[in-house]
Design a protein around this ligand. Structure first.
Ligand SMILES: Cc1cc2nc3c(=O)[nH]c(=O)nc-3n(C[C@H](O)[C@H](O)[C@H](O)COP(=O)(O)OP(=O)(O)OC[C@H]3O[C@@H](n4cnc5c(N)ncnc54)[C@H](O)[C@@H]3O)c2cc1C
Length: 402
């Protein structure tokens, strides 16, 4: 079988790359190892309404969120918005939409089809994928491969181009029925009671449906997030007391890179996108919108590169966008995360007091890691308390150093 572009992985990055590449005229195939698109949910699905709408993901795909609450062992704050800004996605429905968009542009999608081997035929200028599918084993040639296989970076690792992530987050989450939850408010819980190196969360999908989860950073902590989650639910730690009956209906589990961008994301005949290359914002494990944005960019630039045999040189615009748009943002977010990882419970009680002082717009910039130097300076000036200054100068210094 011969295609212009083969895509490995049917998550948001791969599906978006498939859509854009096919839309720009390439003959595209996508392989997903799971039996259906969105089959194994590995994400909590929180994102931003404006960005989702821009991608064509409309109100029917998410629960809108207006308010943000933080709970530490000895403190609790709430930042109320004047309009809905965030959202909790129906993950399966959203990924199925992304798959339908790709199919409508002509991409062929193989489900339950795992890429098991890869080789790069340098002289003949094509890549060969070996894929185990329900129709038997297939050998697929293509000019360009887009590695969108997520945390495991399957293609790039098999070609010996990257190594395993050393720092990463592991998350476990139940999607539950509950008697009642404030459907407009996201809750993040911080401090050792919830996670030694990370945080716990309550993300509502409706008045009676909620995702309750725990994320833990590795190798900072050896705790299993699922054990921690079970104990939080069993002990009815705040704010779970307010939810009435909690009945888990789905278990979600996933890993996410947490060490910044890989140094390179393009090679001859290969583009890496999404978690494969570490594009998520590590502050709050937010990667879906970057996977879609950079997936579409990878698909477009990939299709345009075909007439140059998709050499690394012809893929450079993608490499440049990846560095220019994401590198500083992710480095600054890692710096703040580094500070947060070191906080004791009583320090967390004080830290969320700083957050309480932010306006909703300042808070949204902060949580989205929108750390431009001018925004950070304004924040430091508006919030002269010493501890707030420390937090903001941390980011400023980092940005100035990079
Ligand atoms: C616990 C947790 C919570 C998160 N919460 C949020 C959140 O609230 N908001 C947010 O924006 N982000 C969140 N993220 C991050 C977000 O989920 C990721 O950044 C995003 O899913 C990355 O998309 P992707 O397409 O790169 O990878 P993935 O979504 O991991 O997709 C990769 C796909 O490749 C397939 N695959 C892998 N190997 C092969 C193979 N050999 N052959 C064929 N197919 C293969 C996989 O089955 C999978 O479908 C969270 C992550 C975790 C772990």
């Amino acid at each position: 079988m011969r295609y212009d572009i083969s895509i490995v992985g049917g998550g948001p990055a791969g599906l978006s790359a498939a859509y854009a590449a096919a839309k720009h005229g390439a003959k595209v195939v996508l392989f997903e190892k799971d039996p259906s698109i969105g089959h194994n949910v590995r994400t909590s699905g929180v994102s931003w309404i404006k960005e989702m709408n821009e991608f064509g993901i409309t109100d029917q795909y998410f629960n809108p969120i207006r308010n943000f609450s933080f709970i530490s062992p000895g403190n609790e704050i709430k930042i109320s918005g004047d309009k809905n800004s965030a959202c909790v996605l129906d993950v399966k429905k959203t990924y199925q939409l992304l798959a339908s968009l790709a199919a409508s542009e002509g991409c062929e999608i193989y489900i339950k089809s795992q890429v098991i081997d890869v080789s790069h035929k340098k002289d003949d200028k094509f890549n060969l994928l070996r894929v185990s599918t329900p129709q038997g084993q297939l050998d697929v040639e293509s000019t360009l491969v887009i590695d969108a296989s997520g945390f495991n970076s399957v293609v790039a690792k098999k070609l010996g181009l990257v190594t395993e992530w050393k720092r990463y987050g592991v998350g476990a989450e139940y999607e539950c029925y509950c008697d009642g939850v404030d459907a407009e408010t996201l809750v993040l819980m911080v401090g050792n009671k919830y996670s030694e190196a990370g945080y716990a969360w309550v993300f509502p999908l409706s008045k009676n449906r909620v995702r309750i989860g725990v994320g833990i950073g590795k190798p900072d902590s050896s705790v299993d997030p699922l054990k921690k989650l079970n104990s939080i639910i069993q002990n009815r730690e705040p704010p779970l007391t307010a939810l009435g009956k909690i009945q888990p209906l789905e278990l979600h589990y996933g890993l996410i890179p947490n060490q910044g961008l890989r140094t390179k994301c393009t090679f001859d005949g290969l583009i890496m996108v999404g978690d494969t290359v570490g594009q998520a914002n590590p502050l709050v494990l937010e990667g879906i919108r970057y996977a879609i944005e950079f997936g579409r960019l990878a698909g477009k630039i990939g299709a345009e590169s075909l007439h140059s045999n998709s050499t690394a040189e012809s893929l450079k615009p993608y490499e440049t966008a990846n560095q220019e748009i994401l590198e500083k943002k992710i480095k600054s977010a890692l710096k703040v995360q580094g500070r947060w990882l070191g906080l004791s419970d009583s320090e967390w009680d004080k830290e969320i007091e700083i957050i309480k002082g932010l306006s909703i717009d300042e808070f949204l910039d902060f949580i989205k890691s929108d750390f431009t130097a001018s925004k950070m300076l304004k924040l430091a000036l508006n919030h002269p308390r010493l501890i707030a200054k420390q937090l903001f100068s941390l980011v400023l210094n980092k940005n100035n150093n990079t």
